[in-house]
Design a binder for this molecule. Structure first.
Ligand SMILES: Nc1nc2c(c(=O)[nH]1)N[C@H]1C(S)=C(S)[C@@H](COP(=O)(O)OP(=O)(O)OC[C@H]3O[C@@H](n4cnc5c(=O)[nH]c(N)nc54)[C@H](O)[C@@H]3O)O[C@H]1N2
Ligand SMILES: Nc1nc2c(c(=O)[nH]1)N[C@H]1C(S)=C(S)[C@@H](COP(=O)(O)OP(=O)(O)OC[C@H]3O[C@@H](n4cnc5c(=O)[nH]c(N)nc54)[C@H](O)[C@@H]3O)O[C@H]1N2
Ligand code: SF4
Ligand SMILES: [Mo]
Length: 738
């Protein structure tokens, strides 16, 4: 009996087993699911035969069945008429989208449209493959994604240093002798831009083999708890700390650069103003500790400095990402085993065009912030909707995003959404953002989608590939997420709501294969694109594109091979590959990128400035993922509550009771106070993704929490990248009136 036939029997027996990469966070854990004959998930375990994950699973992965079967997920498209939601047919939904978007484009032009691609866009095959075509078809400068509220500073720093914004070096976690972690909490987040199942276990293994783990964080996190050393740092000041380390490396003659670099003397000159004892009062880490960190990094047999969201989303985000890799280079740990290294993915890397990185190819209309990676910073979306004039945004497409809860000053953005003439969302939930839409197009259940992590598998700590076919079939007439995306592309490019979505994917494949047969040095140079197309395998367009991308990559894998090995394929430890990635005009690594010089001036000015009395930072919670897991009963409660962490000394000093009023330049919230020694005095922490309101998510509504992004300020960004600032936000904290 085939798997599908088993499912169709509709009985609760027999059970069957299926394998699936967990799509929730960045850790790419392999899961083993059992399903009963009705297609209901009976159990979710870690896949012990996965060579990378080796059976690791976290509470979120274990709840995948409940998440997938959540009764509050939308099953049918929804259209809002006169403030009321109606379930409609897919034909009616697409026709409504066609009318709405066409009207805006015809009366105001394409620049009046905008698109926002949220985080899960980058966790689905359809999201990744159709995002570019949709942005292109819209033909608007107003393309936004979760990148500019997350890792954009990392891309910009890599672009400036290496000429390639997508060449992100990951810590060689399994071989390093010394790991310095700043602004990341991988024991709870499971890592990011460093994909590794069982991050906690890999950190334990580092210490067991005699390595050292040092964590720099304004909170004593669970990662800090398993470290050799934890250092409190004042939020937003890691650039000062890192410059102190750079200064010490030069001052103590510890620099051992073994790459072809330019700007070494310039970096030394820039660091002169940041001796450890001078930056110490700013960042809160003692001068002698900073010098010791420099010595330890330089003397360890191998060492890696790793940083993530905690520093990316600060006012000096890009400078910090630059200095982190500058230190990795200065200590001889860049592109070296045990240091930071580049993954070699199993699929082609079409973004590697050989063109050096450029940004600012256009600017936002109102504030003039620069484009990067083909996008504008999400921090400008609200003002682009609010501000009248030519190019005012009047229609918005969102895919897999909840910017009301995730964007800086989400409250302002929410108000702005109400003024749109048309909004369509591709999302499984009616939530804080999608409730403002005219049409919601729900993707199928996760188990109905095939899965391959095109992006996450480019930042794994071992080279690795794993494909998961769809576990359950689509209901007849139900479009896949790829088809929904393709239809949107066709609608906005004027082909109407009834165009054949296959035509688009065929055109995408054709373009890819034509490039492959005409590109010198490609494994398919000189071959026939039509024959190649005929040889491709796959049940849907996304799978056929994957097959092509696998075959075009150096390992020469195919979809058939990946299907035959459902536990995934280990492709070995990372190997040096900077030579083939480096893409600067000079062909050397730029240690002191010129565009960041103004930022160093700004850093120098901060040396003498008094710090804010109280600042806000965020935090991630183990059993949560941004805004969209709060509707799963097993993931709620316990430590997973939206509370304001306050040091007991501040609780006493400010006379706080159970609840506190937190005010910032952007807004205010009243939050439940959780006194804890784990946070440093002068800092409060509120997790984001809470503040549930006006949704059909019944469980989430029972423990709504407050929106941390009612406090974050969209007018303040990291100037070098335009990235949002979520950490180090000045706030006033007072007892809340009873
Ligand atoms: N459980 C869970 N896992 C997740 C997510 C989730 O929501 N929940 N989200 C996923 C996503 S989208 C991402 S991008 C990743 C993020 O993964 P991480 O970057 O590991 O995320 P956080 O846990 O937010 O860690 C940021 C840390 O920075 C600290 N911090 C704040 N400000 C500063 C500062 O100025 N300097 C320093 N040095 N530290 C600071 C915070 O206290 C926090 O501990 O996690 C992913 N995984
Ligand atoms: N204050 C503060 N704000 C932050 C952060 C912070 O640390 N502090 N972190 C930032 C970071 S790192 C990130 S990545 C962003 C996240 O920002 P967003 O991506 O805007 O928000 P999410 O909460 O991840 O919303 C994901 C949406 O995708 C939907 N979804 C889930 N699965 C699918 C799917 O398969 N297909 C489709 N089409 N939709 C799906 C969910 O229902 C939800 O509506 O938040 C950022 N905001
Ligand atoms: S760590 Fe991330 S990928 Fe692994 S099971 Fe948990 S949510 Fe899924
Ligand atoms: Mo993120």
């Amino acid at each position: 009996m085939t798997e599908t036939a088993t499912w169709k029997t509709g009985s609760a027996e027999p059970t069957r087993t299926a394998y699936r990469t967990c799509p929730i966070c960045d850790a790419v854990c392999g899961l083993r699911l059992t399903l009963d004959g009705t297609g209901k998930v009976a159990s979710v375990r870690g896949d012990t035969e996965d060579p990378f994950g080796k059976g690791y699973i976290c509470p979120k992965g274990a709840s995948l069945g409940q998440l997938d079967e959540d009764p509050d997920r939308l099953r049918a498209p929804m259209v809002r008429k006169d403030g009321e939601w109606h379930e409609v047919t897919w034909e009616e939904a697409f026709a409504t989208v066609d009318r709405g978007l066409t009207r805006v484009i015809e009366s105001h032009g394409r620049q009046a449209t905008a698109a926002y691609f949220g985080n899960p866009t980058f966790h689905t095959m359809a999201g990744i493959l159709f995002r570019g075509p949709l942005a292109q078809a819209l033909g608007t400068p107003n393309v936004f994604s979760a990148s500019s509220i997350d890792q954009l500073p990392k891309h910009v720093a890599c672009g400036l240093m290496l000429g390639d914004a997508m060449s992100i070096a990951v810590p060689d976690l399994d071989r390093t002798d010394y790991l310095l972690v700043l602004g990341a909490n991988p024991v709870e987040s499971h890592g990011s831009l460093c994909a590794a199942p069982d991050f906690p276990g890999r950190l334990r293994a580092l210490r067991e083999r005699g390595g050292r783990l040092v964590v720099v964080d304004p909170r004593r996190t669970r990662t800090a708890a398993v470290a050799d050393e934890h250092l409190f740092v004042r939020p937003g000041t890691d650039a000062h700390l890192l410059f102190g380390i750079v200064h010490a490396l030069f001052a103590e003659d510890l620099v051992t650069v073994d790459l072809d670099v330019e700007g070494l003397d310039e970096l030394r000159r820039l660091a002169i103003d940041f001796p450890p004892h001078v930056v110490a009062p700013v960042c809160g880490v003692a001068g002698d500790v900073i010098v010791r960190l420099a010595r330890e990094l330089a003397s360890a047999p191998s060492a890696a400095v790793y940083t993530r969201v905690g520093t990316c989303t600060t006012e000096f985000g890009t400078v910090i990402q630059w200095l982190v890799d500058a230190i990795n280079i200065l200590t001889g740990n860049f592109d070296r085993p045990g240091g930071v290294m580049f993954t070699r993915p199993a699929t082609a890397e079409p973004w590697r065009t050989g063109e050096p990185f450029a940004m600012g190819r256009w600017r936002s209309r109102v504030r003039g912030l620069p484009e990067a990676l083909g996008e504008l910073p999400l921090a400008v979306l609200a003002e682009e909707i609010e501000t009248p004039g030519d190019g005012q945004v009047r229609a918005l497409v969102t895919v897999a995003g909840n910017p009301v809860l995730s964007a800086p000053n989400g409250t302002r953005l929410e108000r702005a959404l109400r003024d749109l003439e048309f909004m369509v969302c591709v999302d499984p939930y009616l939530n804080e953002t999608t409730r403002h839409a005219d049409v919601i197009l729900p993707p199928p259940r996760m188990l109905q989608m095939p899965h391959y992590d095109f992006l996450l598998l480019t930042v794994t700590v071992r080279n690795y590939a794993r494909f998961s076919p769809a576990i359950l079939p689509l209901e007849p007439g139900r479009p896949s997420e790829g088809e929904i995306m393709a239809r949107l592309v066709q609608i906005v490019s004027g082909q109407g709501p009834d165009a054949d979505p296959e035509a688009l994917s065929e055109a995408m494949l054709g373009g890819m294969l034509t490039a492959a047969v005409t590109t010198p040095g490609s494994p398919y140079e000189g071959q026939d694109a039509t024959e190649l197309r005929a040889s491709l395998d796959g049940e849907c367009p996304e799978e056929r594109i994957l097959d092509a991308m696998l075959r075009l990559a150096p390992y020469g894998l195919s979809l058939a091979e990946l299907r035959a090995r459902p536990h995934g394929i280990d492709l070995g430890a990372l190997k040096p590959r900077l030579d083939e990635l480096l893409c600067t005009e000079s062909g050397r690594v730029r240690l002191a990128p010129l565009p960041l010089a103004d930022e160093v001036v700004r850093l120098r000015e901060r040396l003498g400035e008094p710090a804010a009395d109280m600042v806000l930072i965020g935090r991630r919670q183990l059993r949560s993922n941004n805004s969209w897991l709060h509707n799963v009963p097993t993931l709620t409660g316990g430590s997973n509550r939206c509370t304001l962490h306050v040091n007991p000394a501040d609780v006493a000093r400010l006379g706080l009771g159970d609840r506190a009023l937190v005010r910032s330049a952007a807004g205010e919230v009243v939050a439940d106070v959780e006194p804890t020694e784990s946070i440093m005095p002068g800092v409060v922490s509120l997790p984001h993704g809470w503040g549930h309101a006006g949704t059909t998510q019944g469980v989430a509504a029972g423990h709504p929490g407050v929106n941390a992004n009612a406090l974050t300020d969209d007018t303040v960004v990291d100037p070098a990248s335009g990235n949002a600032v979520f950490n180090g936000v000045p706030v006033v904290v007072e007892p809340a009136a009873a």
